[in-house]
Ligand binder design. Sequence first.
Ligand code: ADP
Ligand code: MG
Length: 321
Amino acid sequence: MKISDIGGEFALIRRLTGVQYNDPAVIKGIGDDCAVLEYTSDRYLLITVDMMVENDHFSLAWHTPYQVGKKLMESNVSDIISMGGTPRWAFISLALRADTKVEFMDDFYRGLYDSAAKHRVELIGGDTTHGRDLVLNLALVGDVDRNLVRLRSHAIPGDFVCVTGTLGKSEAGLRLLRKGIKEGYLKGHLEPLCRLESEGKAIARHAHAMIDVSDGLGSEVGHICEESGTGARIDWEKIPLSKETIEAARTLSDEPQQYALYGGEDFELVFTIPQKNIPALKKEFLDFTVVGEVLPKEDGIYILKEGRALEMKKGYDHFAG
Ligand code: ADP
Ligand code: MG
């Protein structure tokens, strides 16, 4: 049986793992952006791990080694920020090819350290081994104020669904590159930037549930609904897109909203928030858009486009058939 036969990556994780923990120090295990553990009297510990594989998450024909290092750090920091947390300590594990150049590694580490410095992360260990493909894995530890931790499971029907910044940038860049177009708006794919700790915390002070966008708005809203036991409506016309993403989609005869819904690696934040909290959030943070509403579970998860309900498909899945 292939992984795609059982429904892909998330079905596999569900099949292999349990959700019961014997250790009461586990506040949240599998199923969120980070594991949440007991730490001090007023803070929880957060742990996340994300891997990048050559020709799947990056291509050396397109990315510089500097960009690969930066992307690896940003993708992990994003998971800590999405919990309302503070990123702190990183471990890196590398499988390197025999022909991997030292200069490549120098540049890769420059990218890694530049992003780490921006987010005040310390690299404190790792492992180095040999492999046939480049495999780069980062584990990141952070912490969070107990009152600010924001889980995927905290959405409540009636909450507004919001996203930061604009979506679809990474997919737009990837599609341009795949078509051999090396000019235009590529940065969203080559050098995606996650949100800052201060932004995640500002949102956490007012929001219920939060997740970062690694597999597209469709997938992330699906995760929130699954963990919260709710439905949701996303309004197609409200999905925020940059003019560069719209232009890229026009060049490729695509709908840019499809990039936002089903493309990976934008590293923006999706959160649900009671309508009454929006004015208070706006005093602290403005770069977000209301794109829909959390609904009771029986209403389902769908996209409203020109008055018609469209099915919400899954986002990016490495094992999709
Ligand atoms: P994210 O995209 O936020 O990094 P993922 O979608 O990769 O999160 O993972 C979802 C959840 O599943 C996380 O809690 C993660 O720790 C867990 N997970 C992923 N792969 C495995 C695995 N092979 N075994 C156990 N847990 C896993
Ligand atoms: Mg995540």
